[in-house]
Ligand binder design. Structure first.
Ligand code: ADP
Ligand code: MG
Length: 253
């Protein structure tokens, strides 16, 4: 399996007709880095992910993932997606969702430890359950297990916890942090939840309201697990929030 690649976006602009969704995005993500992207709704976060994942092409500028085009990396099935609502197949059990990925990737000589993945995502007991029998948090864990099973070296996560309640969400953050160390992937995590970004990310890119532009990059130099009540944590939150507010002010004049 390939190890985590570097990702670069240079001068990337994306337009939809007369609407500019993203303007002149310049971003570098290190191999294995966990980058959070925060921005208001409509600031182009999902568009940014679709561009990185090769589902769309920039109107201007260039994107490279380990010196390849995103579309090429996508075709090689090296990109793992996690969306806001887990796209599980209602007629397949948790185990079958993971096994399907194994089956698809088998030709690439990729083997998957299904039991290990079930254990890692605390779903062993629910291996034979259908998605409808699972809570929202468990469904999202099953989706994570499936993404893990792909062996993807790039993880694009679009507000994956947005549909969960606060408590489940907070637990999932802890679980994701534990998983993170066993996954060799470059991760882009999109959210409008600032404290979640500060808990998880190595670095946070702040997007302005539409057209989305990177107004700041904030490095999170705090040891994990991070204490949300600590002064340094609150300081980073204030810094990110300050950038978001300043970008809004600029817009409204
Ligand atoms: P976010 O994920 O930050 O909420 P999006 O990336 O979904 O933002 O959208 C950014 C802007 O681009 C929005 O104004 C949205 O309406 C517009 N947009 C996104 N996709 C399309 C599309 N396929 N066609 C037209 N406009 C789009
Ligand atoms: Mg979105």
């Amino acid at each position: 399996m390939s190890s985590a690649p570097h990702i670069s976006m240079v001068g990337v602009t994306r337009r939809y007709g007369s609407l500019t969704a993203l303007r002149d995005i310049n971003l570098n993500v290190d191999p294995g880095e966990f980058l959070a992207v925060v921005g208001a709704s409509g600031s182009g976060k999902s568009t940014l992910l679709r561009l990185m994942g090769g589902l769309e092409t920039p109107s201007q500028g260039a994107i490279e993932i380990g010196h390849r085009k995103p579309d090429e990396v996508r075709r090689a099935k090296e990109i793992g997606w996690t969306a806001q609502r887990p796209a599980l197949m209602p007629w397949r059990t948790v185990r079958q969702q993971i096994e399907l990925v194994e089956h698809i990737n088998h030709r690439a000589g990729h083997t998957v430890d299904v039991d290990g993945l079930l254990e890692m995502t605390a779903l062993t007991e629910f291996a034979h359950a259908l998605p409808q029998a699972l809570s929202g948090g468990m469904q999202q864990r099953a989706a994570l297990a499936r993404t893990l099973a792909t062996g993807a070296s790039v993880w694009l996560m679009d507000e994956p916890f947005a549909a969960l309640d606060e408590i489940t969400r907070s637990k999932m953050v802890v679980e994701l942090l534990e998983l993170k160390d066993s996954v060799d992937a470059t991760t882009i995590w999109v959210t409008h939840h600032i404290s979640e970004a500060v808990r998880l990310a190595d670095r946070i890119a702040v997007l302005s309201p539409r057209p989305g532009h990177v107004v700041a990059e904030v490095k999170v130099n705090l040891p994990r697990p991070r204490d949300e009540t600590s002064m340094p944590f609150q300081q980073v939150i204030r810094e990110v929030r300050g950038h978001l507010l300043a970008a809004e002010d600029e817009l409204t004049g």
